[in-house]
Design a protein around this ligand. Structure first.
Ligand code: NAG
Ligand code: NAG
Ligand code: NAG
Ligand code: NAG
Ligand code: NAG
Ligand code: NAG
Length: 503
């Protein structure tokens, strides 16, 4: 049975949501902060500091909630850099006056009076560069237009985040996000509409399958392969003109790199690292785009637990690029202000058939449930504490014979999702599919699509030190509170359902 939401405008599902996150990550890195500041207030902001603390510190936004919106707020780091770096990379000479017609927005004028000349930064305020004669080359003005355009997009999303009343005129009401499952539904909606208008991805053609342009569409790594295939297909976001692109996709699959280049049990990931270094060298030699932003407008996707460590072989990839990762471990360098947390979805057959839906709340008889291998210290603590101890909190490392795992998920009130050897667990999405309220038990984990989704509204987050208190914590959630959460799990489900994008 397919729930009715599956019939809604298909591009509003998982993948489009990920695009939104991408555009959020690229176009409006500060938008997230704006939304947070405006929607949660300062206290809540602090309670979420596990996620945003570093951003707030480095950007010095914590002091004033209005700062994020004010015209004088520090502009997003990336675009001005892109513009300047591009000018530098192209050895551009510029007219002596900043071109205010082409670059009207405040954000771009971060360094008004500063221009890039023959690869050097010049200060115009005291007239030292008045002698420049050459005119900008064509790409520069295209890039300027693009940046100006993006500045408009940013302003529009900020405006939408602030003025929460904007009612959409969209003809399909289901298409319009609303409700507390979003941090700021209005901003998300606007971001989405802007994305549809402006977002363009260029996919590098270099590299051959099976390692490049390819990936697994089944198994625990399915979201890696599926999104790589999705990027490769013709779609409204893909462009063949790299000068028109807002982001550049590096189409390698870490799962495939591991499969083809890693010798089992060798503990030698050097060949994998070598391949990624070589790949980035090739594209940075052949195309101007990597060098001009030092990778900041490039992205990779990986659901392999080695995704983060693989990206670390290229420092600019690790520090600058947008890394779309399932293993979104902040202790392993996941940076929520630029990286994207992506859901890990275990598609055993490649289909979601039969996984969606579950019993109504009143028929859910078991308080909490977990079944899975003992991997990692969190699971050790969980099993140690709860295995075969309590009928309310059923925890198994060996799943009981004769019971189907999926059917168990469908009849629990809460589904425990402890991290294993990596922070991400496919159980989070399994729970959401089965309409079971997920209980995240992890350290340093940024849950998927956190830029957009308000995880607190539809999940419970239990600290590792509170594992012994799980039963008390879950029992402490009132029936009405539970019903609200469970309803939101059903609402958010559509963002985790994989589009039927493959044959
Ligand atoms: C930049 O290079 C051009 C030649 O391409 C030269 O004429 C000009 O003087 C240089 N400008 C500066 C400031 O060095
Ligand atoms: C810029 O162009 C000038 C003259 O064409 C050249 O001498 C200089 O090395 C170039 N600078 C860079 C950074 O490529
Ligand atoms: C131009 O101004 C900058 C600061 O705005 C200063 O650092 C620089 O020394 C000045 N250059 C000259 C030639 O006065
Ligand atoms: C939203 O609020 C702004 C100002 O706060 C107002 O100008 C605008 O008319 C409102 N829009 C709607 C659709 O209510
Ligand atoms: C980018 O930079 C690298 C290293 O600095 C250089 O080898 C490469 O030629 C540059 N690429 C382009 C297209 O200029
Ligand atoms: C997250 O990363 C840290 C640092 O590498 C590591 O110690 C920790 O085990 C990771 N968490 C999980 C659940 O793998």
């Amino acid at each position: 049975m397919k729930p009715p939401l599956n019939n809604m405008k298909p591009n509003y599902l998982l993948w489009s949501s990920s695009y939104s996150v991408l555009i959020l990550a690229f176009v409006v890195p500060f938008f997230v902060i704006s939304v947070l500041v405006s929607s949660l207030g300062f206290t809540s902001l602090l309670s979420w500091s596990w996620r945003f603390g570093n951003v707030l510190e480095t950007e010095d936004h914590a002091s004033s909630s209005s700062l994020a919106f004010s015209a004088t707020a520090t502009p997003p780091r990336r675009p001005p850099q892109v513009l300047e770096a591009a000018a530098q990379a192209h050895n551009i000479t510029s007219s002596s006056k900043p071109n205010e017609e082409v670059v009207p927005h405040q954000n771009i004028g971060e360094k008004q009076g500063m221009v890039w000349i023959n690869g050097t930064e010049f200060d115009e305020t005291n007239g030292t560069s008045a002698i420049i004669t050459s005119t900008p080359i064509k790409r520069y003005s295209r890039l300027e237009k693009l940046e100006a355009n993006l500045a408009g997009v940013r302003a529009s999303i900020r405006e939408a985040a602030r003025v929460r009343n904007l009612t959409s005129t969209h003809e399909d009401p289901d298409y319009v996000p609303h409700g507390p499952i979003y941090r700021n539904a209005n901003a998300f909606h606007r971001s989405y509409l802007e994305m549809e208008k402006h977002f363009k991805i260029f996919v590098y053609g270099e590299g051959e399958p099976p390692i490049f342009h390819n990936g697994p569409c089944k198994s625990i790594y399915s979201t890696e392969g599926r999104s790589i295939h999705e990027m490769e297909m013709e779609n409204v976001y893909r462009t063949r003109d790299p000068d028109e692109a807002l982001v550049y996709f590096l189409p390698f699959s870490v799962v495939m790199l591991v499969q083809y280049l890693y010798v089992a049990d060798s503990h030698d990931t050097e060949p994998i690292g070598r391949a990624v270094i070589d790949y980035v060298n090739v594209i940075s030699d052949k195309h101007p785009f990597w060098n001009r932003s030092l990778g900041a407008d490039h992205f990779m996707i990986s659901c392999h637990h080695w995704g983060p460590s693989t990206s670390a072989y290229v420092p600019n990839l690790y520090h600058n690029s947008i890394r779309v990762l399932c293993n979104a471990n902040t202790s392993e360098g996941f940076n929520p202000s630029k990286d994207v947390s992506f859901p890990e979805i275990h598609l055993r057959t490649g289909e979601t058939e039969g996984l969606l839906g579950g019993l109504s709340p009143s028929q859910r008889s078991i308080l909490a449930f977990f079944a899975g291998r003992l991997s990692g210290h969190i699971r050790y603590l969980l099993l140690n504490e709860w295995k075969e101890k309590d009928q309310d909190v059923q925890v198994y490392d060996q799943f009981p014979n004769g019971v189907s795992y999926e059917s168990m998920l469908k009849k629990n009130r809460f589904c425990l999702c402890p991290s294993g050897y990596e922070v991400a667990s496919p159980r989070v999405v399994e729970a959401i599919y089965a309409e079971c309220v997920p209980v995240l038990i992890s350290d340093s984990y940024v849950p998927p699509f956190s830029d957009v989704l308000e995880w607190k509204s539809f999940s419970v987050q239990v600290k590792v030190k509170d594992i012994p208190n799980i039963k008390r914590i879950l029992k402490g959630i009132s029936q009405s509170q539970y019903l609200r959460m469970q309803r939101k799990v059903k609402q958010v489900q559509r963002h985790f359902v994989v589009n039927g994008l493959l044959e």
